[in-house]
Design a protein around this ligand. Structure first.
Ligand code: ADP
Ligand code: MG
Length: 377
């Protein structure tokens, strides 16, 4: 028997909000999506009250799972009603001065079982091609013989559903853990698989943390050599969460050649260094443009900026990817170029970047930093 919304609401009425009211009377429930035994919804709460709500979220999840016919339940805390404006955003953890003695602390972050390395693909700002780089790099790592997972850590604007044209919802295993989705030999997970694209949701500090933690800990990742994490832009809560939750084997910074993007890239590099995450290297995206009709090359954003910056900051340079229509088209239509045009010049470029990354992971620095690599752009 498929569970109904009424059955779910019935159970939720037995869960108490922090102020003692019935959860169903607290005015925090989003629309409840029930499909095929899977239940998804969110609790929109005040950013300031998140701590008090987390146990309620858990109880609600357990209550929903107990409904006959429910195979999985995913309940997220969001701060839609954040009390207005910027002021409501919880301050990120103090990063200056090395908030987290990463890699050396006795009570450091524990790895994800089965996952050898976690790498973050990051960029200082959005739109530089971080997600496109992350997915093609992941495919390149697959091509050099590694078992690769991809975690979309962009809670605000998940990219994986589009990058891989994934519409299906993840199945659950035993009602508690989510089974990631397989595509092109990659094991992938994104919050975008769980929520509708139109859902207006503003995820803030602690909510980002709980969503990310769930995707790391409550997903059956299986045996994975490298987990590539597509990070949201910037140096905010998601970055700190990742750095605190899992031992990152390193970060890859994606930048365009322009000065402006480089300033952001520098900020990203500095942030990872502050939390002792090794920088595996810099990728220059949209590095140059080859005219498809005349073959002439133009350096639209000024070529080489990222390479010079990497040299200046003494971090490895991993490679340059041209600005090309076929990269944009394949990326935006869910047919990543390394998977669908493996013999193209562009696929070769991504594979060579992947080889550089694999070698960096095998290097002495990464070996010391151990179990996880996070790639953030
Ligand atoms: N090398 C490239 N050549 C052409 N288009 C690209 C390239 N890299 C990314 N794009 C396009 O630029 C846009 C932003 O890329 P995306 O990977 O989503 O960036 P980010 O994750 O940094 O926001 C997308 O439309 C993508 O297809
Ligand atoms: Mg992106």
């Amino acid at each position: 028997m498929a569970p109904t919304k009424e059955q779910i609401l019935d159970r939720l009425a037995a869960v108490a909000a922090p102020d003692g009211r019935k959860l169903t009377d607290a005015g925090v429930l989003s629309d409840i999506v029930v499909g095929d035994g899977k239940v998804f919804f969110s609790l929109s709460v005040d950013a300031a009250a998140v701590k008090a709500w987390e146990p309620v979220r858990k109880q609600a999840e357990e209550a929903v799972r107990a409904v006959p016919g429910v195979t999985s339940a995913m309940i997220a805390l969001t701060a839609e009603r954040a009390g207005g404006g910027q002021g409501a955003r919880p301050a990120p953890a103090p990063a200056a001065g090395g908030a987290r003695p990463h890699g050396h602390a006795p009570a450091g972050p524990s790895g994800v079982p089965g996952v050898k390395h976690i790498i973050a693909v990051a960029s200082g700002k959005g739109g530089v091609g971080k997600s496109t780089t992350a997915i093609n790099l992941a495919l390149g790592l697959r091509d050099v013989g590694l078992k690769v997972g991809v975690l979309d850590a962009d809670i605000y604007g998940p990219s994986l559903p589009k990058l891989l044209a994934i519409r299906e919802k993840p199945q659950t295993i035993g009602g508690t853990r989510l089974k990631p989705i397989e595509r092109y030999g990659l094991t992938v997970m994104s919050i975008g698989f769980l929520i509708e694209e139109e859902t207006p949701m503003i995820w803030r500090g602690p909510m980002v943390m709980s969503a990310l933690t769930q995707m790391l800990r409550e997903v059956a990742w299986g045996e994975i050599d490298v987990m590539v994490v597509d990070m949201p832009p910037g140096t905010g809560d998601a970055q700190l969460t990742m750095a605190q939750q899992v031992p990152l084997a390193g970060a890859i910074i994606v930048s365009t050649p322009q000065d402006l993007a480089l300033i952001d890239a520098r900020r990203g590099i500095a942030m990872f260094q502050r939390v002792n995450v090794p920088i595996l290297g810099v990728v220059e995206n949209m590095s140059y443009f080859l005219c498809p009709s005349c073959g002439a090359r133009s350096d639209i954003f000024g070529h080489g900026g990222a390479r010079h910056e990497a040299e200046r900051l003494k971090v490895p340079f991993l490679g340059e990817v041209p600005l090309d229509m076929s990269i944009r088209e394949t990326s935006d239509s869910g047919l990543p170029i390394v998977a669908t045009q493996p013999d193209s010049a562009h696929a070769k470029i991504y594979r060579s970047i992947a080889e550089n990354v694999r070698n960096a992971l095998a290097g002495p620095g990464a070996a010391r930093a151990a179990p996880n690599i996070v790639i953030e752009a």
